[in-house]
Design a protein around this ligand. Sequence first.
Ligand code: ARG
Length: 430
Amino acid sequence: MAKDIQISSSRPAAVKARKRACPEPWVIGLITFLSLIVLAVCIGVTVHYVRYNHRMTHNYYSTLSFTSDKVYGEFGKEASKNFTEMSQRIESMVKYAFYKSPLRGDFVKSHIIKYSQEEDGVLAHMLLIFRFRATENVDTKNSIIQRILHEKLQDATGPPKLDPASVEIKKINKTETDKFLNNCCGTRRSKSARQSVRIVGGTEVEEGEWPWQASLQWDGLHRCGASLINSTWLLSAAHCFTLYKDPARWTASFGVTIKPLKMKQGLRRIIVHEKYNHSTHDYDISLAELSSPVPYTNTVHRICLPEASHEFHPGDEMFVTGFGARQDDGYTQNHLREVQVDLIQTDICNDPQVYNGAITPRMLCAGSLQGKRDACQGDSGGPLVSPDPRNIWYLVGVVSWGDKCGQPNKPGVYTRVTALRDWITSKTGI
Ligand code: ARG
């Protein structure tokens, strides 16, 4: 009986509870409706925000005529000091013109690719890169860009003296832009944000980061590094060819891995410096002619050669790259690595506790006196490179020798490219 009462009295309570847990259908409907509206608004705002802020790259080929007190022959040569100075000046005038215009937020950069001589002055050929919002009408941009350059270059102060009325603009696509950039020496694809540390203890690189790097292989086995200096010539070290001389058994490959390789080419001719001295490592430089020219691509193209008179300084940003060992007595690496190194003054490098006078005028030292950051076996012949203020990369040195790898007070020794610059011209015309 007592049980019955308990059961009957608990029933209404259960019904009440069920009522509270389950609201009326119209309430559910309303809540669902409101949530959907909130969701729709959120999605709408996000889509709008993303679309509005999404930017697309647009490239233009532009020519601009100017006069200067310097004659064309002085700055017309790519990678010369005068070429760089002139390009820096014009690029900054163009940059400033856009900074004072409504396109200031869209302008990315201008890049001089070459000069050509006209009857009345010189023509600068440059690429203009913009990033426009996806919502903007790009069809009208040609004339806006042209007008801005007409107007704003008016008050640019030279030298050189620009002729703003001469500006011509043509929209070009990504493939055309890449082709122009790949034909210039020393250009690199900007890498994704990645901390670059150190080949002895270094970092693997991404495809296209060091597009001039080649691997020289004897009977298919990696022996040395080399740098592409034009579409048919590689620059390397003399000692790579002391034992192995027959060009027919050598191949050169490109790309960031040895297996699989990106592009393979036979060698037609090997030129070792006449004064190369095996015991002192002096004049450790060689040239290798490819059996046919390599086509330039985003991931394979040439490095610039510095002028003979160019001086690099301690503190300049420098990298050495190669497939060499990560430590003394280590193995060749299948994936290309890089390491940042510091230029070390020759008098310091010739100190008794360092290389005690072994560094000749055809050599330079780079790495770190503390050790660790260095090239190693298998990196020989490969590039030591440095960027100029326009971020164009130059060949500073060729991996030559060192006492073990990464030891304190035993930095890497490189063939000094500027000292042998004229020899390179005499053999290749470059
Ligand atoms: N001679 C070596 C080679 O044939 C390169 C040595 C570079 N050594 C150094 N510690 N940086 O690969």
